[in-house]
Write a protein that binds this ligand. Structure first.
Ligand code: HEM
Length: 116
């Protein structure tokens, strides 16, 4: 199999660094910026279809991704409709650890202030 200039021999294990891929400026302008608009249809239409792969890609990708996205949107919308969420720790203190999924080393401490 060929991938760009590389020849991949049968039986070779390949690791895709999804963390790095999702922060690649080639695909995501200013990647560290929290910018949900980058996922609007008009902003993602020219993006490579495998540039954003939280649910993997191809024939063995996640069968629960649509369900997961709906549940997550409802959960986040319900939370931020009810509370103002503020992070206590500065981003650089969070520390990341690669487990089954990417995790915060010491959790993410936040305050919840009920919206009036
Ligand atoms: C945020 C939530 C989720 C994330 C990030 C996620 C991510 C993934 C990823 C990356 C894979 C591919 C694993 C691999 O390459 O071996 C996968 C596979 C799979 N996911 Fe999810 N998933 C999520 C939620 C769900 C839910 C809610 C379900 C079921 C209701 C589900 C069912 C599956 C199944 C059955 C596979 C295996 C598909 C196959 O091998 O053909 N996932 N998921």
């Amino acid at each position: 199999m060929f991938a760009g200039d590389h020849t991949i021999l049968p039986g070779t294990s390949i690791f895709i660094n999804v963390f790095a891929l999702h922060r690649n400026e080639k695909h995501f302008e200013n990647p560290e910026k929290f910018d949900p608009d980058r996922f609007l249809e008009e902003n993602k239409k020219d993006r490579h279809r495998f540039a954003f792969v939280p649910f993997s890609a191809g024939s063995r990708n996640c069968i629960g991704q649509k369900f997961a996205m709906i549940v997550l949107k409802i959960a986040v919308a319900t939370l931020i409709k009810t509370y103002r969420v503020k992070s206590i720790d500065p981003e650089e203190k969070l520390g990341l650890v690669g487990e089954i999924v990417l995790n915060a080393l010491n959790g993410i401490h936040v305050t919840l202030e009920e919206r009036a």
